[in-house]
Design a protein around this ligand. Structure first.
Ligand code: SOE
Length: 377
């Protein structure tokens, strides 16, 4: 068993999901590497120390450059707001570190391309934390599609709905609400939520050629936490787009933070000539399937409870019928990354995959401005 020392930058929501994954992975997956919680880095010395104590990190840093300079760090994990991803990732690549980066990879595709160039030059293993690929029900959807169970694909439909920014008093900027500050987040729901839908879609259904989109910012001004002043809001609060996939299928995507009653309703459906699949984050351990080739007298939507040992990832957990949840998708992602190191294979979503998603989100934002179809290539 070889130890791999992790240095994580950022200790918010994602810092917790990643730390939990590093701690659990070797208890459930037989692997040749063991992640060690070596250092956590954040600007607030008191908060970063409290995080280190809580999760069992051996040391703390308050400057990410110092973390990258450390010889005892093997993996840099970037769990910061989006505007820091590129600078940290490029420096980490130059220092020869393996890199795991939160989504979206960068503020835009041009920046993402620079990150890809840096890791390709340095030849360092890399991965983006698009964790939903590792939900067993979604991995099963991928398996069924790859096995040809759906036949030719006609339609893909996805949405990601939330409701936490309807109140105009929610500020922009600062911890938790940096997602509303365009300079830090890059965009609103397009980069934050549609990016998840797009990553899954590209994985399941191949590349997207072009999109036509609309976006809206419902609350035009919000107080900025750092300046205390009312400032123009630069992010998209809601976005919807039509897409044409390279395989000829048509798609609709929608995301908003203004769908009252929905907290994290990520759903997708895919319709093929023989069968359809649908999935819902609020019921994440189930995959719905309709197969027209079933005998007519029993034909109908079936709800597959993805908890059995012969379904993706599940043999590593409990016993058939007992389900797992959101946090385990991160454990699976670390497990796959470590297995990739063992086998000498890169594991997706790599930074190159992250760039492909950023190209689509750029095209969505551009189309919302121009009112035209925009290419994603
Ligand atoms: C936003 O509220 C958010 O936390 C995203 O940033 C995550 O990526 C998503 O998985 C859940 O919602």
């Amino acid at each position: 068993m070889k130890n791999l020392n992790v240095g994580i930058v950022g200790y918010g929501f994602m810092g917790r999901t990643h730390s939990n994954a590093y701690r659990q992975v070797n208890n459930f997956f037989p692997l040749k590497h063991r992640p060690v919680l070596k250092a956590v880095c954040g600007r607030d010395a008191e908060k970063v120390k409290a995080f280190a104590d809580n999760w069992g990190y051996e040391s703390v840093e308050t400057d990410w450059r110092k973390l990258i300079e450390r010889k005892d760090i093997d993996i840099i994990d970037i769990a910061t707001p989006n505007n820091l991803h590129a600078e940290i990732a490029i420096a980490a690549a130059k220092a020869g570190k393996m890199i795991l980066c939160e989504k979206p990879l960068a503020l835009n595709a041009a920046e993402a391309q620079q990150i890809v160039d840096a890791v390709e030059k340095a030849k360092v293993p890399n991965m983006v934390w698009y964790n939903y690929r590792r939900i067993p029900a979604i991995a099963l959807a991928k398996q069924l599609i790859d096995e040809g169970k759906l036949g030719k694909i006609f339609h893909y439909r996805a949405k990601f709905l939330q409701d936490w920014t309807i109140n105009a008093d929610v500020p922009q900027g600062g911890a938790g609400t940096w997602r509303l500050d365009v300079n830090v987040a890059g965009s609103g729901v397009t980069g934050d939520l549609l990016a998840h839908c797009i990553d899954t879609a590209l994985w399941l259904n191949g590349s997207i050629d072009k999109v036509t989109a609309m976006t809206e910012t419902f609350v035009k001004e919000r107080k900025h936490t750092e300046t205390g002043k009312m400032q123009k809001v630069g992010i998209d609060d809601a976005a919807a787009f039509l897409a044409r996939f390279s395989n000829g299928s048509l798609a609709t995507f929608e995301s908003t933070r203004y769908a009252r009653g929905h907290k994290a309703l990520y759903t997708f459906e895919i319709n093929g000539e023989h069968a359809s699949l649908s999935w819902d984050l609020h019921d994440l351990h189930r995959l719905q399937m309709f197969d027209h080739r079933d005998p007519g007298y029993v034909r109908g939507w079936r709800s597959i409870h993805v908890t059995d040992g012969d379904q993706p990832y599940m043999k590593h957990w409990w016993v058939p019928g007992l389900q797992i949840g959101y946090e385990e998708s991160f454990v699976h992602q670390v497990a796959d990354f470590l297995k990739g190191l063992e086998d000498g294979k890169s594991v997706g979503p790599t930074f190159k995959d992250g760039l492909a998603t950023d190209k689509v989100t750029d095209a969505v934002l551009k189309s919302a401005q121009t009112g035209r179809w925009e290419s994603c290539q």
